[in-house]
Write a protein that binds this ligand. Structure first.
Ligand code: SF4
Length: 650
């Protein structure tokens, strides 16, 4: 590693902007050691450490097949289009790398062919888009829809054409050889480095050992960048879910099935129509039923649905009756599908989908028998409803399926420690025996950052908080001349603060939701003295270098919303064991969020800026110290004059 990362090493000679960074070198050595000793490693590496090269180079040096999983598309693209080509040019060892996306990004040749004769399309525009996809599918090398830059992101019929695993018939498909998933898998098999995102990684992990759906070939090690996100992603793939779309798509696909056996075809159509009708009744149990609009979440409670085992008729609520009726209709459909003589291969996928819907429905609805390790809720998004059950604590699953099965797992992120330890992430993920290190930052936070904690702020619960916060924001923005993110913990707070602040300042104001996040960010970057009001989407993964972002103002400590079913279930789970969910979960999770928000401010060694946290609990509550000690060591002031001086001096 010294020959590469050293002061006169390979990178110093070949990289135009390379500077020796102690933290980067130490991290590269730690990653190399973990890979060699076949151990797990946790590395916190703040912005500016140069962590991507610090894990890529040791990974490449092993010559083994290693998966690199990231949380954001930006980072994946940086790795694949920037770091990897650079390393392929300068490293003496040649290696191959590939970039895999989730299956739904690729077109399925089989479904595309079936769609040609079926009534999927609704208007002239759809026909144009379909023809464009058809033409492109015959020439593209990758089948990745990102190549079609003019295609609308939310093209309604794409979900009938994509290569999702539940519709795939694998090697029984006559398109298997040319299939883009087969080709992607082949490329991955021939590569030493495979770049994926966390969703693809865990979707694949959940399917390992099954005969279908898997995309990743076997690998020797996994490196997770942005590893603080993996708990939330992983749990989604180790639970169950059923949605209005899933059932409607299944019935739609059944209707499009062409069968030589007329009798079976009629029976399947009849059974499908019945499923659809009873599903509509069933969805009435949840927030007004299917087809209404709006976004909301509701935890499913035992008393609402069903007591007893499926098939028993005791003690069934009206809502439970609807579930039993739908279940019966699904059974009838499964029986009809099994009756088909000489079934085509695609029938197999439809059978599997129907079985899966019934299995997931039972798992979610059979609340009485359910153990307390899953949280179940219904969620309305737009016109659709999803029922979901996810494990409350993913640590045992991750320990079994990931950490015991893979020799080396490296977890890195700018935010893994809280209050100076890895205890939180270690417990949440169930990782044991890992080596731990914090890579030293290359930034001079003492000189680059001023932390301003306004005096005399009311507690966030008090009625005067928003008005006092707005007054503070106005004075800070006047000192910073705009150039700021105001990061809020709720949409309501973001809107109220903007309303109060905008008329009092002379700087251009943007707000999350006024357009796509990428579009707003581009406008923020190109508009001098801009101010952006934002919530969750801008706390992580956003990179604005230089003067355009000189100030980050945070309204409240970012505690997770207790009304979120997953958060509430995690808290209960810990409390029921006689432990303190506030100390063990709420505070450390909020510390990680706060560190992410703070990380937006300093993105290079020459960036400077003011960070202001308006929440007085940072100083009035005993846990406030945990937040302060988790932030980079910088100058702290309670005097707005210092903020003026800070900006005036540069
Ligand atoms: S193998 Fe699966 S994904 Fe590929 S074309 Fe066939 S059905 Fe589609």
């Amino acid at each position: 590693m010294k020959e590469i990362f050293g002061r006169n090493g390979l990178l110093a000679r070949r990289h135009p902007e390379y500077e020796f960074r102690k933290g980067q070198f130490a991290m590269a050595e730690a990653v190399a050691r973990a890979l060699e000793d076949r151990r797990h490693l946790l590395v916190e590496a703040g912005t500016g450490t140069g962590k991507t090269l610090a894990y890529l180079i040791p990974a490449i040096a092993t010559g083994r097949r290693i998966v690199v999983s990231t949380g954001t598309k930006n980072l994946q693209e940086q790795l694949y289009y920037k770091d990897i080509p650079f390393l392929q040019k300068v490293l003496p060892k040649s290696f191959r790398a590939t970039y895999l996306k989730g299956r739904s990004n690729y077109v399925c040749l089989k479904r595309l062919e079936l769609a040609e004769d079926s009534p999927l399309l609704e208007g002239l525009e759809d026909i144009d888009h379909f023809e464009e996809i058809n033409r492109w599918a015959s020439v593209t090398e990758t089948g990745d829809r990102a190549e079609l830059t003019d295609l609308p992101t939310n093209l309604p019929f794409w979900r009938h054409l994509d290569a999702r695993s539940e519709s795939c018939i694998g090697s029984k498909c006559e398109k298997f050889e040319n299939c883009f998933i087969t080709r992607a898998r082949q490329r991955a098999l021939e590569s030493e480095i495979i770049i994926v995102n966390h969703h693809l990684f865990f979707a694949d992990l959940a399917l390992r050992g099954r005969e279908w759906g898997q995309v990743l070939p076997d690998y020797d090690a996994v490196i997770f960048d942005e590893a603080h996100q993996i708990e939330d992603v992983a749990m989604q793939y180790f639970g169950a879910s059923v949605s209005t779309w899933q059932i409607a798509d299944l019935v739609g696909d059944l209707n499009r099935l062409s069968l030589a056996d007329r009798e079976s075809a009629t029976e399947i159509l009849r059974a499908g129509t019945r499923v659809m009708g009873l599903a509509d009744q069933f969805w009435l149990n949840f927030q007004g039923g299917a087809g209404q609009t709006g976004d909301s979440k509701m935890v499913l409670r035992r008393s609402m649905f069903f007591r007893g085992r499926p098939g028993e008729s005791t003690d069934v609520t009206p809502a439970g009756e609807r579930y039993l009726a739908l279940r019966k209709a699904l059974d009838r459909l499964i029986a009809a599908l099994k009756m088909v003589g000489d079934p085509p291969a695609e029938l197999e996928a439809l059978q599997r989908r129907t079985d899966q819907i019934k299995f997931d429905l039972d798992f979610i609805m059979h609340l009485e028998a359910a153990d307390d390790t899953f949280v179940r809720w219904s969620e309305r998004r737009g016109r659709g409803i999803t029922l979901q059950a996810v494990p409350i604590d993913a640590s045992a699953i991750l320990s079994d399926r990931l950490f015991r099965e893979t020799e080396t797992v490296v977890l890195t992120s700018a935010t893994l420690t809280t209050n100076g330890t890895f205890d939180f992430i270690r417990t949440r993920l169930g990782i044991e025996g890992a080596v731990e290190m914090v890579a030293e930052s290359n930034y001079d936070y003492q000189n680059q950052v001023l932390l301003y904690l306004p005096p005399r702020m009311p507690e966030p619960r008090e009625s005067g908080f928003t008005a006092a916060a707005a007054t503070e924001i106005i004075s800070i923005l006047k000192a910073s001349q705009g150039r700021a993110f105001v990061l809020c913990t709720s949409n309501a707070q973001m809107t109220s603060l903007r309303k109060l602040v905008e008329p009092e300042i002379d700087f251009p104001v943007f707000m999350q939701g006024d357009g796509s996040n990428a579009g707003i960010l581009a406008r923020f970057r190109s508009t001098p003295h801009a101010v952006l009001f934002a919530t969750a989407g801008f706390w992580q993964g956003v990179d604005v270098r230089g003067e355009a972002l000189s100030c980050v103002i945070i309204d409240k400590l970012p505690f997770a919303v207790p009304s979120d079913p997953v958060v509430a279930a995690r808290q209960n789970f810990i409390d029921q064991q006689g432990r303190s969910s506030f100390g063990e979960y709420s505070v450390p999770a909020a510390v990680i969020n706060l560190k992410q928000g703070v990380g937006r401010l300093i993105r290079s060694a020459s960036d400077r800026g003011v960070l202001s946290i308006l929440d007085p609990r940072l100083v009035t509550k005993s846990y406030g110290q945990q937040f302060i000690s988790s932030l980079p060591a910088c100058r702290v002031t309670r005097d707005i004059e210092d903020v003026h001086k800070f900006f005036a001096s540069h």
